[in-house]
Design a protein around this ligand. Structure first.
Ligand SMILES: NC(=O)c1ccc[n+]([C@@H]2O[C@H](COP(=O)([O-])OP(=O)(O)OC[C@H]3O[C@@H](n4cnc5c(N)ncnc54)[C@H](O)[C@@H]3O)[C@@H](O)[C@H]2O)c1
Ligand SMILES: [Zn+2]
Length: 362
């Protein structure tokens, strides 16, 4: 097992990563003591892992809140149903929420914890690869609004994160690939040696070899921990913004195609190809590195060809994404593999050329 610490003063917390962690009560005992516990999960995860978690906790008085599965339920209604059940069961300020599921469950539960009775404790038990390497770490919580994704939320840190890699055995293939997109992202933005390692080990990761999964998750969490410790609240030109590499292009794709048709990680993968194409056209990335990026995305069975959108539609959607600086779209671009930066000083002609490409040459 490995422990990674998120250093945020009195909001610091550990991330435990390993196998068979659902048998390690000692890891979470300190956070459970004298608390009333409620587990929030969904209808897919409930039959797979809820009883194991209840057994881990050991005590009788545990409320299970089971939400329907899917991004479309990351809503105010789901959030309200958590409040309703906590209130109906007289859960007070000494309660603890446990988020058991992927990023959707983690984000809603974190926000419920941030707001219920002005804030109660919560623990993340992420079960998708994406939530293990990204969403469960760093304290962004929230829900969607009909006018925009993740528009309502709060920064609120968990007490600890328990990452049991055994649960990845039941994760659907497409979801595994989507999670790998975020792992590749850390390599591209700040960790060239992770990128080199991924080039060698991608087949093992795709085969869910525990040793390689353990490494990919640990290194990803270390990278995220270090970024978040430096820039917890994502200041406008701060380092946390670089975690959005590929996301402005990706959000436009997700939005245009209808949420759920392209998974977030799939859209981000294609977005990273687009950002690296743009970087190459500025002379900031070599052709060889651009080819390596396309190749690794392909080897994780992720798309690098954008859907057929008009230039106007693409640009409109990118402009409505929230990351604009001085009126011009703010982009995360690359100077070589392992170094990303935020800028609005780029050629608009190259941006237009990038979003007009039907293929990036595979
Ligand atoms: N808070 C953040 O910093 C942050 C960062 C990135 C993404 N997010 C959010 O995370 C969400 C996406 O997360 P996600 O990709 O985990 O999606 P998700 O929560 O919808 O999970 C994907 C699917 O896999 C299923 N699943 C999860 N674990 C499983 C397992 N072990 N076995 C079988 N099935 C399993 C889920 O039930 C779901 O059907 C989005 O809402 C996004 O906005 C948040
Ligand atoms: Zn993402």
């Amino acid at each position: 097992m490995k422990t990674i610490k998120i250093n945020l003063g009195d909001r610091s917390y550990p991330i435990f990563i390993g196998q068979k962690l659902f048998k390690e009560y000692a890891l979470i005992a300190d956070y459970i003591n004298n608390k009333r516990v409620a587990i929030v999960t969904n209808t897919t995860i409930e039959p797979l892992y809820l009883s194991e978690i209840k057994k881990l906790l050991g005590h009788e008085d545990i409320l299970s809140i089971v939400l329907p599965d899917g991004e479309k339920y990351k809503t105010h209604e789901s959030l309200n149903s958590i409040y309703d059940q906590l209130l109906a069961n007289k859960y007070g300020r000494d309660s603890l929420l446990i988020a058991l599921g992927g990023g959707v469950i983690g984000d809603i539960t974190g926000y419920a914890a941030a707001t219920y009775m002005r804030g109660i404790d919560f623990i993340q038990i992420p079960t998708s690869l994406l939530s293990q390497v990204d969403s469960s770490v760093g304290g962004k919580t929230g829900i969607n609004h009909s006018l925009g994704k993740n528009m309502i939320g709060a920064f609120y840190q968990p007490k600890c994160v328990l990452i049991n890699i055994d649960v990845l055995k039941t994760l659907p293939d497409r979801e595994l690939s989507a999670g790998l997109a975020e792992v590749i992202k850390y390599g591209l933005i700040r960790d060239a040696s992770l990128f080199d390692w991924l080039e060698k080990e991608m087949d093992n990761l795709m085969n869910r070899n525990p040793e390689q999964l353990m490494h990919a998750i640990s290194v990803s969490c270390e990278n995220k921990a270090s970024v978040v410790s430096e820039d917890e609240f994502e200041s406008s030109k701060g380092i946390r913004a670089t975690l959005n590499l590929g996301h402005t292009f990706g959000h436009a794709i997700e939005n245009a195609m209808g949420y759920g048709n392209w998974l977030h990680g799939e859209a981000v993968a294609c977005g990273m190809v687009m950002a690296s194409y743009m970087s190459m056209k500025h002379g900031w990335l070599t052709i060889n590195d651009f080819e390596r990026i396309k190749k690794i995305i392909k080897s994780a069975r992720l798309p690098s060809t954008p859907p057929d959108l008009s230039r106007e539609q693409f640009l409109g959607l990118m402009q409505s994404d929230k990351k604009t600086l001085d009126g011009k779209i703010n982009l995360i671009l690359q100077k070589g593999i392992g170094h990303a930066f935020i800028t609005n000083e780029y050629s608009e002609t190259i941006l237009l050329e990038t979003i007009s490409q039907k293929t990036f040459g595979e």
